[in-house]
Ligand binder design. Structure first.
Ligand code: 4AD
Ligand code: MG
Length: 431
């Protein structure tokens, strides 16, 4: 007999198959038992009819406990009442492991309880759907950059210097010297772009940020493309094409997950409309002040400000050219102004906040050196980075997209903690 995955049911209608599954839930009467089965690939219903199976099999079905693992054999049939569309008419059940007192029951649980049981919570249908969206974004990312001729480069995770902000570094010992966990692979990606032209990285990054918001993780994954001979305007085009590609890929390949998440597909579809609007930081400040926000030029925006700006548009929006003083040392100064830099943040709709930060990089040796010093950084640690401006420096630009912010947005989830299998949060490193 063929052993199959639930997700392949449509190819086995009318056939007898064997499936390894867990019992997510169950309801039964004297004559029939309905098992909500999951095997990792999908969820579907197992129907056990008393008059069609042996007394022993029916008793086994009636006694099954939540999250017990079983081998189930039976015939696949269409099930027009369910969104999944198929079910199995059970002939035999073999219990592999009986689960006793599974802690997550169908009743409502508090967030802290669920977070303490993240290793089990991952099994629930909503978490399953979010992980599918995450997987699709990962898959589509590789597809997009490979199609566009980018080379995947892996920057180091242990580093000797800060890429973004010295106050948010995770410190560790590196034999007899100090080292840090990477905040961003960008500086290394710039070196890689000078060797390979168009490159992208995809890896974990770490921020010792004391933020406890629904958008911040301590450990998160970032996609960082870097492109030689590209100015900031061209980089913005790559960014919007990439994000629209992610949205379309999730629509194309996560239909069922989006149903489980009750995500509005028409709304998602509208986010593939290009180009995304571009407004300057100056315009954003104006807009906020006219709407009674207490912001002054030179300050960074918080979450309420970003949400307000995002609400003025129907797609993601770029905010361009932030004040130099609130952005990192490597950003290129605006050609006509010395108070702003050539950068942009992409703000997601619906209040999901910044999903991309990017800029054109300072390519002038002297200006960059002055910036490193002005930021109080140790020149010696950045010597290799400065040398990129000494030997064939070229205009180049890049950006970083936060994977979990994007997963949270596209799956329509309230909090970023559900967008990564095992979130690292302020005050939480268990499980
Ligand atoms: O804006 P950030 O800090 O930019 C950089 O790190 C640049 N070096 C990227 C580059 O130009 N190569 O971070 C980029 C993105 C943010 O827009 C956000 O989506 C995500 O990374 N991000 C976080 N996601 C979750 N938790 C956090 N604490 C995050 N910090 C940044
Ligand atoms: Mg940023």
């Amino acid at each position: 007999m063929k052993k199959i995955q639930i997700s392949h049911s449509k190819d086995y209608v009318g056939k007898e198959v064997k499936i390894g599954a867990w019992v997510a839930n169950k309801r039964s009467s004297g004559k029939i038992a309905f098992l909500n089965l999951r095997d990792g690939s999908a969820f579907f219903q197992g129907v056990v009819v008393k008059s069609e199976v042996s007394e022993e099999v029916f008793q086994t079905a009636k006694n099954l406990t939540q999250e017990s693992s079983i081998w189930v054999t039976g015939t696949i049939q269409e099930d027009t009442r369910s969104k999944f569309g198929y079910e199995i008419h059970v002939k035999d059940i073999e219990v592999i492991n009986e689960a006793v007192d599974y802690p997550i029951t169908p009743k409502e649980h508090g967030t802290e309880f669920l977070m303490d049981h993240r290793h089990l919570w991952l099994r629930s249908s909503k978490q399953h759907a979010i992980m599918h969206v995450r997987n699709e974004i990962i898959r589509a990312t590789y597809e997009f950059y490979n199609k566009e001729g980018f080379i995947k480069v892996d920057p180091p995770i242990l580093t000797g210097s800060a890429a973004e902000n010295t106050t948010e570094l995770f410190h560790t010992k590196y034999f007899d010297r100090d080292a840090f966990l990477t905040q961003s692979g960008q500086l290394y990606m710039e070196a890689a772009a000078m060797a390979l032209g168009k490159v992208f990285s995809f890896g974990p990054t770490f921020r010792a940020e004391k933020s406890k918001t629904r958008r911040h993780l301590i450990e998160f994954w970032m996609i960082e493309p870097e492109m030689a001979f590209m100015d900031q305007d061209q980089s913005l085009e790559v960014q919007e094409q990439y994000v629209a590609y992610l949205v379309q890929s999730v629509l194309d390949n996560c239909d069922h997950a989006l149903d489980v998440l009750e995500r509005d597909k028409e709304l998602l579809k509208s986010y593939t409309q290009l180009p995304y609007p571009r407004i300057s930081y100056d315009e954003a400040v104006d807009m906020l002040q006219k709407n009674d926000f207490d912001v002054t030029w030179g300050e960074d925006f918080g979450s309420p400000e970003e949400t307000f700006i995002a609400k003025q548009y129907n797609t993601p929006v770029f905010i361009l050219n932030y004040p130099k003083d609130i952005k990192p040392f490597y950003m290129k100064e605006h050609p006509d102004r010395d108070d702003v830099v050539l950068c942009a943040d992409m703000i997601a709709p619906e209040g999901y906040g910044e999903i991309i930060g990017g800029s054109e990089r300072e390519d002038d040796y002297e200006k960059l050196k002055a910036q490193i010093e002005a930021f109080g950084l140790d020149l010696e640690e950045y010597n290799w980075y400065l040398e990129l401006r000494k030997y064939g420096s070229v205009p180049h630009s890049g950006f970083g997209l936060g994977l979990e912010r994007t997963v949270t947005w596209l799956s329509g989830t309230e909090h970023i903690r559900e967008s990564i299998p095992f979130p690292r949060l302020l005050n939480r490193i268990y499980p």
